[in-house]
Design a protein around this ligand. Structure first.
Ligand SMILES: NC(=O)c1ccc[n+]([C@@H]2O[C@H](COP(=O)([O-])OP(=O)(O)OC[C@H]3O[C@@H](n4cnc5c(N)ncnc54)[C@H](OP(=O)(O)O)[C@@H]3O)[C@@H](O)[C@H]2O)c1
Length: 325
């Protein structure tokens, strides 16, 4: 594939996040929404009317529609099966977070990607935002030393009771819906988890509604929380010997950060994002396809495995097992 080849995208699942993806695609060079499928025909038709692409009669038809890449935007209980089927059909796969509901499923997906020699990436958006890239560049040029503590949390008490986050059947819960971002932040700055301590509770539907994690990583400690029954959208904090970084809320859609150096200097980074934010990971994914890469250096398979290992450990501590586990 040459450097400017148009990447033809398909989407499975045309709910909330698929809309944001499609809006973002308009900001991605040489990328086009070509085909889509969702279980119910009416929302799929309305989606195609708004964003383009042809509606396929079924998932198999979507796989055979001539697309290069599939964006999986269904709920997480179905990610594993759609990902494996798409990889086996020779497509590259960008899969919404959490990539799968547990590490065993993710191992199967990664094996399918290796077997098919196709690109697979979990759609973990923060590291692709211009602010996050600017922060990395700034810390490389004017360091604060190695990050030794990551503190981050998000709890949303205003999620409607019929939201999939509360669905046991769809493997919802705060850990997999919200906590996975925090687990990303922890492994991104601190490396693989070595130990995860978890306190938390399950709600009426059987999923976790609040969890507080302390985790030991290769290079430091993380303090994380996620919830569906308290309101707390805070900043993220990265501590190092020579200073600390605050990534301001909403840090999972990062646009502002403050670096406070031990010598008293304060650096403000203010880097707004465009296109809704999913466009950056999508543009990166398209570039990887054109370059013939099978794994993202920014969001490699190992990070996804480390994140889901943390979620597995936290759910085990809370006694939360989904169907089939
Ligand atoms: N990256 C981000 O910023 C972000 C933000 C929010 C959510 N997410 C992730 O994105 C995924 C979707 O979340 P959402 O908020 O978009 O949910 P949503 O609005 O409920 O949309 C889910 C879509 O998937 C379809 N679907 C669900 N299960 C399916 C299955 N087994 N087979 C086929 N289609 C299925 C639904 O179809 P029906 O209408 O027929 O049920 C619906 O079109 C979740 O994994 C979530 O964690 C990511």
């Amino acid at each position: 594939m040459n450097d400017t080849a148009v990447i033809h995208w398909g989407i499975v699942g045309t709910g909330r996040i698929a809309r944001r993806f499609a809006q973002g695609l308009a900001h991605v060079p040489a990328a086009q929404l070509t085909a889509l499928w969702s279980r119910r025909p009416e929302p799929a038709a309305a989606f195609a009317e708004e964003y383009g692409g042809s509606v396929c009669a079924g998932f198999e038809a979507l796989l055979a529609s001539g697309i290069d890449a599939l964006y999986i935007a269904t709920l997480q209980d179905s990610h594993v099966d759609y990902a494996i089927a798409a990889l086996e059909a020779g497509l590259h796969v960008l899969c919404e977070k959490p990539a799968t509901i547990n590490a065993a499923q993710l191992e199967r997906v990664l094996a399918a990607a290796r077997q098919a020699q196709r690109l697979f990436m979990e759609a973990m958006k923060p590291p692709f935002y211009p602010l996050y890239e600017a922060l990395r560049a700034h810390l490389a040029a004017d360091p604060i030393g190695e990050i030794g503590l990551v503190r981050a949390g998000c709890s949303a008490a205003n999620v409607p009771p019929d939201h999939p986050s509360f669905s046991f059947e769809h493997a919802g819960g705060a850990l997999l819906d919200i906590g996975i971002y925090e687990m990303f932040l922890a492994v991104d700055w601190l490396g693989a988890p070595l130990e995860v301590q978890t306190l938390g509770r399950l709600g009426a539907t059987g999923v976790d509604t609040f969890a507080s994690l302390n985790s030991q990583h290769e290079r430091g400690i993380a303090q994380l929380f996620c919830g569906l029954d308290l309101y707390g959208k805070g900043d993220a904090l990265l501590l190092a010997p020579g200073g600390h970084v605050t990534i301001h809320e909403n840090w999972w859609n990062p646009a502002r950060a403050t670096i406070r150096y031990g010598d008293g200097r304060v650096v403000e980074l203010d880097v707004p994002f465009e296109g809704g934010g999913l466009n950056y990971e999508t543009a990166h994914f398209c570039e990887l396809i054109r370059a013939g890469q099978l794994e993202s250096p920014v969001m490699p398979h190992a990070k996804s495995l480390q994140m889901i290992a943390m979620a597995d450990a936290a759910r085990a501590a809370l006694g939360l097992r989904f169907a089939g586990e």
